[in-house]
Design a protein around this ligand. Sequence first.
Ligand SMILES: [Zn+2]
Length: 114
Amino acid sequence: MACRSGARMNCKEFEHRIPEFLNQTLDYRYMEAFREHMENCDSCREELTIQFLVTEGIKHLEDDGDFDLDAELGRLLEQNNKNLRFHQFRLSSRRYMITTALILVGMALIFQFG
Ligand SMILES: [Zn+2]
């Protein structure tokens, strides 16, 4: 399987991922490309906003119907930023730990057989 890291997401793919993003079930593998595309593509950002409005609008039908869409969307993006940062931190610290473990194992082997 080809590594798609850093690959740009096209509009079709973006649209396909919007429901996952709104449900906060979007895979972290796509998150960065998704956010990048959103920031660079006006029509997709608009599409995301519309779908968000529809999704949230349905959710809030039972409420008094009085909610601040921009604030809600801002909150979702903020939450998404936090998740992404946390994930990146975890990923890098895990890599660091694996590297450290490999070095230790390597040193142990050298001492044992060297
Ligand atoms: Zn687009």
